[in-house]
Design a protein around this ligand. Structure first.
Ligand SMILES: [Zn+2]
Length: 1022
């Protein structure tokens, strides 16, 4: 056996590893390519500031990503003409979490208790002044009726009048008062929930005993939350929402995502997460932490909804907590962590269980002096092959335990033998085929020229294995409109040759030799081709395009070359030209909220499903870059991309000036990123549970194997498990994810991830070890698949019902007895209501009038492949007060909650959700700040059509741009920057992302939804 060591700086693999020395790893994910900044792969695990480099995502290689784009009009997806607000927010409420907040919120409570009637009241009885005991409840006034407010219907149109003041918001009317000083209230409990609240130091002004964090201390405001009217009563609940008094529930008194994130950061961010112990719940995805693999896969590869799963299916059903794992098999790791070692067992291949075929892993038991091993998954006993024999020490451990990654680590790779290859033949290196729409719109917008210019340099950065001098990937080029043009770019040619195929009904590739070439060998011919393409089609009048034949052409080319590969298709319009896969415009917004709404998400023809199947069989992955000026049916065009594990990018109303940088950054990252081809993933489990359902971008031809023509470092697969027998508390439960794939150099490999979980006979143990972010990832994917088959309302109701059951089961079985008027949430799930509400009111499940059918199909597909960090920020965006940023430190300003009432008109904020970055500027921002950030002298002069901030030489400008660059580096897509001025029409778009507020599309505010959940739970319990 030989084991190759990854060429990776300073592996924290502490044990002696004689076997790893002296081998150069032909590394999967080795050191970064020369000249390619590491930070472009920075999206590994959510906001992890410590891993980020303060350079733009594409760094010095190509210049600052967002610079130099001249201002222009912004995309037309923005609603126009909405009346501006004359009154905004609650005045200058100050935000930002003070350093001492962490100390004040240090208590870890077992559960969160909301006594509705107690909310909005002054200080509570003393029990709440100390860290509460598990199960402790708040003694409060008698319970009252829940005050669920059903949402009013959405406004009829975006240009219509505003639907009126929301019941709870502070949006209109006189500025609401803020908190009075409350002497004697010294200690803030964790999470600001279930107790009367004094002013929260980060929001309030004068607050005895704590520093004044507000920069504008004014006269003591009149009391707001002490108003007797603020206490709900049944009578009040009969009133229509508009007449209800505001703030019956103090928004500061319900669980705060920001607080939970901050608490986890301060509690768990300093120590490495060591994976040696079974069933450990990892830190949150929003926490910056390092991982040490000591036998279980890193949470960067696998996260679970619960790390302690019920022993019986009855228990699992009772709780309704879905048992699921979100798996990102090729996740990018931060540079401080060790990449999986590559193990080569030679011709015999990896050692596996005879019966279930599980791969050798740390949980296999060696017996009979090491001559046999018992499988940890199926208990079958297998002979140890002679070449693999090793003696056991006095504890029964093999003496080479620490020398072998597959015995001591949670994640590692095996070099696959020819038995693991298609047709028993080692694969050829994959190919990339660039397929460019050259119809009128594509040429006219400058897109064709842009793509060709970019490819000239980008082709030098194709993925390569760590120590290889050049990429093994071959490239080919096709252009198309109603017909296809293939190019011969053979190195011996003086000029490229074009071959036109106008019979698109039966696609074939007119040339074999010279179509797929090595970039270095054919450099001159390729450069010549890329120079000529924009000229050749400069005067085109052709507006119609085909689509399916383009994919078929790429597929046929890969078949002829007997290799896997990726198609990069740049496409602009609905393919209406006569050809297979021709589509019609079937967009119909009238279907929204009807039983036929699901058809908007379905493919309009089965043609593409069959094509996808053929592509998967060949390992032909399709990445799609769309540039639509109108409906082009993403739901149908995306089918092949979806089933082949590809990515879709969409640039509606593409304009060179505004969208150039975003598109180029996406393209660069997409071309350069790690990808495995011809991939098959199987998840094995120990006896008692099994994988029953899968969510993600893939194809399944049977019930166990997840097939992907390509799987890149950003894609996740969510797997659901069900019981098929009883589990045992002693032995726990095991997962083994095995991914077979072809590397970018054509090497066949197996990547193995193992994870051990605890099992419980008490429901409380389940609830104590859940992870809400992962739960939301699963629920969102489950719901987004559900809309293909069920009315959206049915899907929403089912989500609410399931979560109510989850929380009711906790209340009934785990919480200490208390009155029904109290809402009691498990500590680990206290954010379930707020996050669930964000899923419910997302564009897929509750579209506003400005959301197009294509947007919804696009979002649906994106979310299906997201990891936990991505769904977290997508559904609950990150909102940062830029004016609170410390220009002298590398840190981000503390985030604030996504609600309009947290905004101050004297400040500038940044909001990001993984797809967009908004910079919101209040009307009262100091002139100096405006000058420093935008280079203009007044608020009115700020252009809201900027797609990038100007590069100005002052600390504030530098700080803000470095924050934006850092955020861009953390995400798998380059986010669109949108400047929003307070009271400007674009503000409507921005407010869509203030997810704790009532939404224009009818989505409930957080407070209202929490009350609704409480009502649902009470109904289940009664
Ligand atoms: Zn087995």
């Amino acid at each position: 056996m030989s084991v190759n060591q990854q060429a990776h700086p300073g592996p924290p693999y502490g044990q002696p590893q004689p076997g790893y020395q002296g081998y150069q790893q032909p590394g999967y994910g080795g050191p970064p390519l020369p000249g390619v900044p590491q930070s472009q792969y920075g999206a590994y695990n959510g906001p992890v500031p410590g891993y980020q480099q303060p350079v733009p995502p594409q760094g010095s290689l190509r210049g600052p990503p967002a610079s130099g784009a001249p201002p222009s009009t912004s995309g037309a997806s923005v609603p126009a003409g909405h009346p501006g607000y004359s009154q905004f927010g609650q005045g200058d409420v100050q935000n930002g979490i003070p350093a001492s907040a962490a100390q004040m919120h240090r208590y870890v409570r077992r559960e969160q208790i909301l006594t509705k009637a107690s909310l909005g009241r002054p200080a509570l009885p003393s029990p709440m002044q100390g860290p509460p005991l598990p199960g402790q409840t708040v003694a409060g006034p008698p319970p009252s009726q829940p005050n669920h407010v059903s949402s009013p219907p959405p406004p009829s149109s975006m240009s219509g009048p505003h639907p009126g003041p929301p019941p709870m918001g502070g949006l209109h009317g006189p500025p609401p008062p803020t908190h009075p000083p409350q002497p004697g209230y010294h200690m803030q409990q964790n999470g600001s929930f279930g107790q009367a609240r004094g002013p929260q130091p980060n929001y309030g002004g004068a607050f005895p005993g704590t520093p004044n964090y507000g920069s504008q201390p004014g006269p003591p405001p009149p009391p707001k939350r002490l108003d007797p009217d603020s206490i709900p009563s049944p009578q009040l609940n009969e009133l229509p929402p508009q007449q209800k008094p505001r703030h019956r529930i103090d928004p500061d008194a319900i669980p705060s995502p920001i607080q939970v994130i901050e608490d986890d950061r301060s509690n768990r961010g300093s120590e490495p997460f060591v994976t040696g112990v079974r069933g450990q719940v990892p830190p949150l995805v929003t926490t910056n932490f390092l991982v040490k693999d000591q036998g279980n896969a890193s949470p960067r590869y696998i996260r679970c909804t619960s790390y302690n799963i019920p022993c019986t299916s009855d228990m699992a059903k009772q709780s309704q907590v879905p048992l699921a794992a979100v798996i990102k098999p090729l996740a990018t790791l931060p540079p401080e962590e060790t990449l999986p070692y590559l193990v080569d067992h030679g011709e015999s291949g990896p050692v596996r269980c005879n019966r279930c075929k599980a791969y050798m892993c740390p949980f296999m038991q060696f017996i009979e002096g090491g001559r046999r091993f018992q499988c940890c998954f199926c208990s079958c006993v297998t002979e140890v092959p002679p070449h693999y024999f090793q003696h056991l020490d006095h504890t029964g451990k093999r003496v080479d335990f620490y020398d072998r990654p597959e015995l001591s680590l949670g994640s590692y790779e095996f070099l696959a033998t020819v038995d693991y290859c298609k047709n028993n033949k080692f694969p050829s290196p994959p190919a990339f085929i660039f397929m460019i729409d050259v119809s009128y719109n594509a040429v006219k917008s400058g897109l064709v020229r842009l793509i060709c210019e970019e490819l000239k340099s980008l082709l030098d950065y194709l993925p390569r294995e760590g120590n290889m001098e050049e990429s093994a990937i071959r490239v080919g080029f096709v252009t198309y409109n109603k017909v296809l043009h293939f190019y011969n770019v053979k190195s011996s040619l003086a000029q490229p040759q074009m071959m036109v195929v106008s019979d698109v009904a039966d696609m074939f590739v007119p040339l074999l030799d010279g179509f797929l070439v090595n970039v270095n060998e054919s450099r001159t011919v390729i450069a010549s081709l890329l120079d000529q393409i924009p000229e050749m089609f400069a005067d085109t009048r052709e507006t119609e395009t085909v689509f399916a034949p383009v994919i078929q052409a790429g597929l046929e080319a890969l078949k002829a070359a007997e290799c896997a590969g990726k198609l990069f298709i740049f496409h602009t319009s609905l393919p209406i030209a006569e050809a297979p896969g021709k589509l019609k415009n079937r967009d119909d917004r009238k279907l929204i909220n009807t039983d036929k709404e699901k058809t908007l998400f379905q493919s309009q023809t089965s043609f593409y499903n069959n094509l996808a199947k053929d592509c998967v069989a060949q390992g032909c992955c399709v990445d799609l870059f769309l540039f639509p000026n109108q409906y082009l049916d993403v739901a149908t065009l995306g089918v092949v991309t979806y089933h082949t594990g590809g990515s879709i990018y969409k640039y509606a109303y593409f304009q060179l000036e505004t969208d150039r940088d975003r598109f180029l950054n996406d393209l660069r990252r997409d071309v350069q990123k790690e990808v495995g081809f011809d991939a098959v993933m199987r998840v094995r489990t120990s006896t008692g549970i099994r994988a029953t359902d899968f969510f993600g971008a893939f194809y399944m031809s049977n019930t166990t194997d997840v097939e992907m023509a390509g799987l890149d470092c950003d894609k996740t697969i969510t797997v659901e498990f069900k019981h098929d027998d009883k589990l045992n508390e002693d032995s726990g439960a095991l997962l083994q994810c095995a991914l077979l794939y072809t590397s970018c150099a054509g090497q066949r490999r197996l990547r193995i991830h193992n994870l051990s979980l605890n099992c419980c006979t008490q429901l409380a143990d389940l609830y104590r070890n859940c992870e809400t972010d992962t739960l939301i990832n699963y629920l969102a994917k489950y719901a987004y698949r559900g809309v293909l088959n069920s009315p959206v309302k049915t899907v929403r109701d089912a989500l609410v019902n399931q979560c109510a059951q989850i929380l009711a089961c906790y209340r009934k079985n785990c919480a200490s007895p208390s009155s029904a008027g109290q809402l009691i949430l498990p500590e680990c799930m206290k954010l379930l209501p707020v996050y669930l509400n964000c899923v419910l009111k997302s564009d897929v499940l509750q579209p506003g009038p400005e959301v197009t059918t294509d947007d919804r199909a696009y979002i649906r597909q994106l979310v299906t492949s997201m990891d936990v960090a991505e769904t977290n920020v997508f559904f609950y965006p990150r909102l940062l007060p830029l004016t609170k940023a410390d220009v002298d430190s590398n840190s981000l300003p503390a985030a604030i909650r996504n609600s309009e009432e947290r905004l101050s008109k004297g400040d500038i904020y940044l909001l990001e959700n993984g797809l967009n970055i908004f910079v919101w500027v209040g009307v009262n921002v100091q002139q100096g700040l405006i000058q420093n950030l935008f280079g203009v002298s007044s608020f009115s002069q700020i252009s809201n059509t900027l797609s990038a901030l100007p590069i100005l030489e002052n600390p504030f400008s530098k700080k803000v741009r470095s924050i934006i660059d850092m955020l861009q580096g953390q995400r798998s897509r380059y986010m669109k920057l949108i400047i929003v001025k307070q009271e400007d029409k674009l503000e409507m778009l921005f407010k869509h992302f203030l997810v704790e507020d009532k939404s224009l599309s009818g989505g409930a505010s957080y407070v209202d939804f929490l009350c609704h959940m409480h009502k649902e739970i009470r109904q289940l319990l009664s």
